[in-house]
Every structure is written in C-alpha cells, then in structure tokens.
Write a protein that binds this ligand. Sequence first.
Ligand code: MSP
Length: 662
Amino acid sequence: MSRDAFYITTAIDYVNAEPHMGHAYEKVGADAMARYQRLRGRRVRYTIGTDEHGQKVAESAAARGLSPQAHVDSIAGRFQEAWRQLEISNDDFIRTTEKRHHASVAELFRRVQLAGDLYLGDYVGWYCKSDETFWPEGKLVEGNCPTCNRPVQKITERNWFFKLSRYTEPLKRHFEVNPEFVLPVGRRQEMLNILEEGLEDLSISRSTFDWGIPFPGAPGHVVYVWFDALINYITSVGFPADEASFGTFWPADYHVIGKDIAKFHTIIWPAMLLAAGLPLPRHVFIHGFVMTPTGKMSKSVGNVIAPGEMAGKYGADALRYTLLREIAWGQDGVISEEILVNRYNRDLANDLGNLLHRIATIVEKHFGGVLPPVSEADAGPLEAELRAAARKAATDAAAGYDVFSFHQALEGAWGLVRAANQYVDRTEPWKWAAGKAGDGKKDALAPDAPTARRRLGTILTLGADALRQAATMLFPVIPGTCQRIRDALGAAGPVVWDSEGLLAGSLAGCRVVRGEPLFPRIEPQSKAEVAVPVKPAAAAKSASARAALAAPPAELAYDDFMKADLRVAKVLEASRVPNADKLLQLKLSLGDGQERQVVAGIAQSYAPEALVGLQVVLVANLKPAKIRGIESHGMILAATDGDGKHRVVTPDGPAPAGGRVK
Ligand code: MSP
C-alpha cells in the first residue's frame, strides 16, 4: 500500500575531514529521489547530517589543537556549506552532538536493555579507528582492516555488549520475506552470506577515550560511535518525544548508503530496531563508489576533487548532472573535471541550452516575446511525433527515477530534448519567419503571410512546451536550470509532474525572456589541463605543444596565396548533421544560380537558423571531401573568440555573392 509520506536518509558523514566527491555523490542521488517524490506529490522528509563522535574525530580535533566540540562545529559548518552550494534540499541536518539525539539514544538503550540484550563482557580483538569498526582476527587481511586496508589496533577492554547473535535467524527471515529490503538485489546475497556465517555479539561501549555519548548507567564508558550514529535516523523524525512525526515518517522508505557500510545498515541497525521493538526501514539502497581516472580519491595521491569547488566553477547543476548521468547508481564509476566539461558542453550547452536559445530568439524577434497560440488544425505528423516523444520521455524518466536509475531517467528525459531540437530542425521556423515554406517543403510556393505566421506560432509554442516539460523531468537532478528555463519561458506556478497534459499548448500567451545562455560553452584548453591530477611534466609538455601550435606558419609567396579562390557566398539553408554534435550542413549561393554544399564544424557556436541569409567567405577551390557521408565542397572561414566560440568571417557591408575576396 502506498502512503503519502516518504522518508529518505543518507549516511551521516564523519567530521574528521572535509566533504569530498563521494559524500557529494550520495547526497545528490538521494536529493534527486527526494525531489522526484515531492514532484509526484509525496510528503517528503529528507535527512542528512554529520557523525560527530568517536576516537577518529577526537584525534582530528587534537591534531588541530581544538576541543572536540570546536572542531566538530567548524567541520559540520563546512559540510552544510557544501550541501548548500550543491542545492541539496534536505529537510533536516542532524548532528549527533545535539541534545535531541542524546535523548533518542537514551530511550533506545532503555528499550534494548529491557529486552535483555545488553551485558558486560571482555573484548579482546582488533579495532580499525578509521572505519570505527571491530574486527575478529580471522577477518583481517594481511593484518590490516579488510575494508580500508589500514593498520588495526589490538584492544583489550571490559565493554558492554549487544546480543547481536540473537538476531541471526530473525534477520534471515526478514531478508526472505522482504526480498527488496537490500537494493540493488545483487548486494543482498553478500549480506545473506554474513548471516549464514552466524553473527557474533557486538561490543558497544568504549572506555579508553571520552568523546561520545555517556553510556547509560556505566560511568567511564561512552557509546560505540556506530551504535550512536545509526540511531540518528529515528532521532531526525522525532523519536521518542514527537509521536505524530515518528508515526508519520517511520519506518524510513530508503536509507541510501555506500557499499563500505552495508553491514551496519542491513544487519546491525535492523537488529537494534528489532531489539527495541521498532519497525525496520523498508529499503536500504547501496550505491557504488566514485573514483577518479587515477583510482580511489585520496589526499596522498593528490586526486581529490572538492565538490564545492567544482560547483563554484561550473555550477551546481553541471556537477549534479554529471554525477548522476555518468555513473549507474549502484555501480562504481569515474568522474573527472574533463568528464564534467564534456557533459556540460555536449548535453547541457548544445542540447538543452541551445534549444531554449533557438526558440526564444525567434519568439522575441517575430512575436514581441509573447508565445503565440497553437493551431491544432495544422498539427501534422511532426507534431504527433513530438507528442509521442513527450509521452515516452515521461514514462521512461519515471521508470528510471522510481528505481534510483538516474542515468536512465536522464536518458529518458533527454529523448524529449533531442526530439524537440529535431522538431525545430525539421519544421524550419526560420523559413516560416522569412515568409517561405518550412517543414522541409523545398519546392513549395511561398505561403500567404497569415498561414506562415500561424504555422510559426504552432512550432514555437509546442517547441517551448516540449522544453518546459523536459525541464520538469530533469528537475530532480538539475532544479536550478529547470527553474531558469521556466522563468525564461514565462511558465508560472510550481513545477508539477504533468504527464497528463503533455504538449497541450498551455504556454500560449506567456512572455519569453531571452536572457544569458543557460550554459555558455566551456572550451577545455587541453586534455592535460582539465584532467586531475596534472603532473608537472605533463603540464610542461602540453604548454610546449600549445606554443608550437600558436607559432605562425612559414611565409607564403603572393602567388601561392592567390591560388586560394576566396569568394563571398550567401547562406541559403542550414541544418544540423544528424548524430554529429559539431557539424552543420550549409547550402550557399555564389550568385548567378550557382550553389555549393559545405559541411562546417560550427554547430556548437551557431543555431542553423542564425546563419540563414548571412554572407560568408568561402574557400571555393578546396578539393571536395565527404564528411559523414555528405559531400562538402569548400570551406567557410571563421575566427575563434576568447571562449572558443566560432565567429564566421563576413564582409563588412553588402558584397555581391560570388565576388572574389583578396
Ligand atoms: N559516519 C559513517 C556513516 C554513519 S551512518 C549512520 C561514515 N561516514 S563517511 O564520511 O565515511 O562516509 C559517508 C558516506 O559516504 C558513506 O555512505 C560512504 O559509503 C560514502 N562514501 C565515502 N566515499 C565514497 C566514494 N568515493 N564514493 C561514493 N560514496 C562514498 O561512513
């Protein structure tokens, strides 16, 4: 049975170091799910936070010469700042040093004690400070922690124990009855294997340091940091005081965590809840790890990518989009600045940003910035195709989001972005705007003005509506961009998942504002400059390579220069080359009825319609070549501006087509 409330959490991060890309990945993924569920009308509670107790944090504070409290206050602030930069829409940020959490831990302990599941015993074994995890000797790998491979320390302590072993069978049953308790299902077996081996009781107090929650009724002992941290999930929704809130949101729908902490969430935490007589979370979703091209992120390798820095440089949405588009949630994947720049240019600038620019430019020029009505009377096969693409995109995107398959959700939504760009390519609004027949009707007579205008209106408003709806489907991942698109199209009201009224022309009458480009193109200077990390030798090499490129070519004799036949040409038609990001196919007039076809690599700098009517300079006697199977006879000249955009060379005033340029 579905319910109105939806509760999602991420791991709470250790405050022994700065926020890194792995932390960001998890928060962004869970944020996309929280935003999606809000869009679908659920009452969402999204909790993130910081895990502030334990030996490791105490040592980090000491290393900074700060009290533990001063240390955790400053680092928790850094995490909050990073999540603000990434536009994380959490409803709560819980810190385990808060009073409300201490009260919640005390009550859970009372219940576990009442169940008879706590006892005092001697712990002799190994401890990984970095992961704050106890390990029996047999689990160590070459004497090191099996998870992080760091050295472990031998511990002999009189500690309090939790009777975890008692829960082996109840947990097995829970796994059986709830096959989707652990997701993705591929991870479930790993946890079942642990249960098959049988669980050992867990030491849950520490007495060799004091940075933790005092262990109830055991002076000199603090609660084991994991036992304290896991309880945050119920503290956040009001346990134990706020029964209404707790009753609404608990059990959580999803705990979203990384694979290194799966056992804590799928075995230890459920056992604690069973002992306390509380319901278990519905699902634990285990995501994969973010790596860099040079392997695991680590300070010593120097390949750490700071999420806040990336968001500051390229925008939160570029980072959010890249993280969720590049890596299949649940699997490991690689992220680098170069990958981000590629995604930014290819998807966000070329496809999405350009679509808005193309539509807004014509609406501004020909309709005073107000989206015209849609004429259903002349909606034909192209409109039917666009509407079908919108329905398919909504279905595919929802199917992806529903199961945390963000890359599929984005691919689904992108189906509509692509279809809308194709719709504009194929309907050729710039021709209708010039009083000619568009829609690929090459030999048609010029239509009468009202017909052309009506057709143009339909194309623009349906194109705009397709863009608005694609933006809605992308909202969970790139919320800021979605809002900017809506503002630019004059779409009022809240974002709603409106798969019912797809492309109904409801934007007619809205005022379009052609503002700054959504994603101004970024020109990577060289591969080495954006890849991380840059080794000094590699950087030097690329600098010398650039210097060589910038050096002027050898001198040219006048006669040799005159061999180049440069001519003024007028662009008659322009269209994108299918499946080629950078190419435009141009039809040029050289006067006297002479025409030329040229393929030019300027698609990332010009929308096709922006070129029609423009005078350009053609290298007319260049040997013909086939580019992507299309004949290209000649080359047009273009400069490159500071941002790497092409600027086509054009005569400074009217010049006859076919005239020689010298
Ligand atoms: N404090 C514990 C969690 C307690 S939850 C009650 C902890 N903290 S952590 O800071 O080490 O990790 C926080 C989350 O980030 C974990 O889910 C962890 O798996 C995730 N990641 C840490 N590095 C990661 C990557 N490189 N990639 C993706 N996520 C990774 O564990």
